[in-house]
Design a binder for this molecule. Structure first.
Ligand SMILES: [Zn+2]
Length: 457
């Protein structure tokens, strides 16, 4: 069992005291950051003025700060980039808060749904990023001097070059073949370089398991990898995936998110994952929670659920400052039942734009997916929520289509459907109408498959 390091000097095991100490730390840093961001007249100053703030001194407490509306989101981030391209000839955004010459590193989202949005780093931003990622590497048991193998996509992705450089800064020699190298080359280079840790998406990890024997004549378990470090796709926290990695690689598995604006979270190696352990709370406020409908601030406490607003506490270049992430989080504050680490953990339970309302109950497709995954391997894990009109309002019962697991006898399907309906009722407070379909009948289109289908009644 891995003991996650405690990076904050907060000496308490009481959740309320812990959160109060964090608030104090945040407010100390935010007073400076508010003044810093206020200096940006192209983007942030107008947002303050719109919110009725006429001077940084108007914001007198963390509570005042938390009442500010969101200043940025994905769409406004893109618009800000387009406008800075027109006005200044660079795409770093009107919300760039430093000289363009200080913006020394770029990463970007994949751009599969339009223009990519850039993450911009100054020297200081990069150094802190390496520090936060270094805490995550340490939590995963990676040691300076280790060889690590980087098989994430390298091209501009946050987990690409940025992670390669962070691994170098940490002293853990990355072999950066990248996902672009392809499975055969990745397997050959792993054989050649003997890495202790493998960095790859869950779908790449699955491919390596399936193809190792054919490509290099031995199973992945013979490669000596002790740590499998995943991110970038849902699935890394699923018990079925984690069990598969343990069995095939004989390795510990860690799921993670991070790299953007000093955010960094990682699971422990416990089979049930127990959520993402925060590793950068002294540098960013990633779970400033608001009600997804009213946008009013919610109390931060164990069990709180809300939409996350992200603010870098000392970020220099194009910072997240009241950035609406769209993620719906559930927080856990206290001791992790998996590893004993005391702190804040989060689960991403949905997206604000995915929310469904069933008789006044808020339901997120990802939450439903988690319940379906509990039924693996009797169910395949694939699902579709079929609506007869646009979300969020759903006329009950919600129609849920799932697939039987490979080889699950058809005689058991009706009983399986009923058991799933009952489990959803217990966990999510509504009863869906479940249809069990034959294995393979729902189309697979990669990690970002939409779980909701709107079909004519
Ligand atoms: Zn843990």
């Amino acid at each position: 069992m891995t003991q996650t390091l405690h990076y904050l000097n907060i000496d308490t095991r009481d959740p309320a005291e812990y959160l109060a100490a964090l608030d104090q730390l945040r407010w100390t840093k935010l007073q400076k950051q508010i003044r810093y961001v206020w200096g940006n007249e192209d983007y942030f100053r107008p947002r303050f003025l719109e919110a009725g703030v006429t001077s940084p001194e108007d914001i007198r407490s963390l509570a005042d700060f938390r009442r500010l509306p969101a200043f940025l989101d994905k769409a406004r981030h893109r618009d800000s980039q387009d406008e800075s391209l027109r006005r200044y000839g660079h795409p770093l955004g009107l919300h760039l808060t430093t000289q363009p010459a200080n913006a020394i590193h770029l990463a970007a989202t994949s751009g599969t749904t339009g223009t990519p949005t850039f993450y911009v780093f100054s020297r200081k931003d990069l150094d802190i990023t390496y520090k936060v990622l270094g805490r995550m590497f340490k939590t995963a048991g990676i040691r300076p001097g280790d060889t690590t193998f980087h098989a994430f996509g390298l091209s501009l992705w946050l987990a690409g070059i940025t992670y390669v450089q962070a691994l170098e800064a940490y002293g853990a020699r990355p072999v950066a073949v990248g996902a672009e190298g392809g499975v055969p080359k990745i397997l050959r280079y792993i054989e050649l370089t003997h890495p202790r840790a493998l960095f790859a998406t869950p779908s790449m990890v699955n491919q390596l398991i399936e193809r190792a024997q054919g490509e290099i004549g031995k199973p992945v378990g013979a490669l000596g990898i002790e740590i499998v470090y995943v991110c970038g796709e849902p699935g890394g926290s699923q018990p079925v995936f984690r069990q598969r990695v343990r069995e095939h690689f004989g390795a510990q598995v860690f799921d993670s998110t991070g790299g953007a604006w000093h955010n960094g979270t990682i699971t422990c190696d416990s089979p049930d994952a127990h959520g993402m352990h925060h590793m950068g709370e002294d540098y960013c406020f990633r779970y400033d929670l608001v009600d997804p409908e009213t946008k009013a601030p919610l109390e931060i406490r164990d069990g709180a659920v809300g939409e996350a607003i992200h603010t870098g506490l000392e970020y220099e270049a194009s910072p997240a400052f009241r950035n609406a992430t769209g993620d719906i989080l559930r927080l856990h504050v206290g001791e992790c039942p998996g590893c004993g680490h005391f702190g804040v953990r989060m689960e991403i339970i949905g997206r604000a734009d995915d929310m469904l309302m069933i008789k006044g109950v808020k339901v997120y497709p990802v939450a439903l997916q988690k319940v379906v995954h509990q039924f693996q391997p009797r169910l395949s894990g694939e699902l579709r929520i079929r609506l007869d009109g646009p979300p969020p309002k759903v006329t009950p019962p919600l129609q849920l289509a799932v697939e039987a697991g490979e080889g699950a006898p058809e005689s058991e399907w009706p009983e399986l459907g009923k058991a799933l309906e009952q489990r959803v009722r217990e966990l999510l407070s509504f009863r869906p109408s479940v249809t069990v379909l034959p294995f393979g009948s729902l189309p697979r289109s990669g990690a970002k498959t939409r779980l909701i289908e709107v079909v004519a009644p």
